[in-house]
Design a protein around this ligand. Structure first.
Ligand code: GDP
Ligand code: ZN
Length: 302
């Protein structure tokens, strides 16, 4: 039977097979599995809701993070179509943090949009000045979506744009704690996600005695959208992007520099303080955001 892993906690996996959910272990020959994986399952017997995962289908994308105890990276979620970076003026919008997450998104080749939540806390003036400060993200291809989970009056925010962006895709919310990821998921999941509620309920019971309660990752289907629309909520991505990055990975996160690379005087220019640096010049000319160059240099220094 073919199914998709919708919940993982420690080595407990829940696999959704059409409208049925099985608790599964995985065959040892398989790599570590993760939420979003499509797998083949053998049910123990028709009467139980337990099974064994025997095959893993090829993943279209994989989010992973370094594992301090192991050479191999730890999978966080798979088959994701996009990342939604959620941040807000409260607790604060940190452009270095945004750029770090962009670097990690580019390294995984997953498209990213930036969701600025809590616009209800901003006056019109504050909103305009923030829009101006962040508009370079939009210009280099990362959509900016302004929302509030509290207030959603017509035309006051981009909640419709967010819904369109979600439709038909599997999304993962990332970003600093307190930005509103859980609140957004709550807003999007009114009473619809029947099978998921059962899954989460069952898992919660089965792991009550364990200590992993806070590390449960779950895939939710969104009702009222196309069939493939889902959101993966994973505490593993809380820290997304804060791990060590190598220089090549960092370069990959600053796509707007690419246009200038072959104009730097030195072919191995790192755009720090080299003479004849075309990237620095583009910043002076207002073609590249000063903040982005500062982030790039900051990340290299780290
Ligand atoms: P998470 O850590 O990213 O999951 O953030 P939460 O969803 O837990 O939200 C953090 C806090 O921000 C909570 O106290 C929410 O009630 C609050 N919050 C979430 N969305 C909004 C919003 O649109 N406006 C305001 N003013 N507060 C919000
Ligand atoms: Zn340069």
């Amino acid at each position: 039977m073919r199914g998709q892993i919708i919940t993982r906690s420690g080595d407990r996996l829940l696999v959704e097979i059409r409208d049925k959910i099985l608790r599964c272990a995985q065959r040892k020959k398989l790599p570590p599995l993760t939420v979003g994986d499509w797998v083949t399952v053998e049910q123990d017997s028709a009467s139980t809701n337990e099974g064994v995962i025997t095959e893993l289908e090829e993943r279209s994308t994989l989010l992973s993070r370094p594992d301090p105890f192991n050479q191999r990276r730890k999978p966080i979620a798979s088959n994701i179509d996009q990342l939604l970076l959620v941040t807000a003026s409260e607790p604060g919008i940190d452009q270095l943090q945004i750029d770090r997450i962009i670097v990690a998104a580019e390294a995984s080749s997953i498209p990213l949009s930036i969701v600025i939540n809590k616009v209800d806390l901003l006056s019109q003036d504050q909103r305009n000045s923030l829009k101006d400060k962040l508009k370079h993200y939009q210009e280099i291809g990362y959509p900016l979506i302004w929302i509030s989970t509290l207030m959603s009056k017509d035309g006051e925010d981009d909640i419709e744009q967010l819904k369109q962006q979600l439709d038909g895709r599997c999304s993962v919310l990332v970003g600093p704690s307190g930005g509103g990821k859980s609140s957004i998921i709550k807003t999007l999941l009114p009473d619809g996600a029947e099978s998921n509620k059962i899954a989460v309920g069952e898992l919660a019971r089965s792991i009550k005695q364990g200590k992993h309660t806070t590390s449960v990752s779950t895939l939710y289907h969104l009702n009222g959208y196309s069939e493939e629309t889902s959101i993966i909520d994973s505490p593993g991505v809380r820290e997304f992007g804060v791990w060590d990055l190598d220089e090549n990975t960092i370069r990959g996160g600053f796509r707007e520099f690419d246009l200038y690379l072959d104009q730097c005087r030195f072919s191995n220019c790192r755009h720090l303080s080299e003479p004849g640096c075309a990237v620095s010049k583009a910043v002076d000319n207002g073609e590249i955001s000063t903040n982005r160059l500062e982030s790039y240099r900051g990340l290299l220094e780290e």
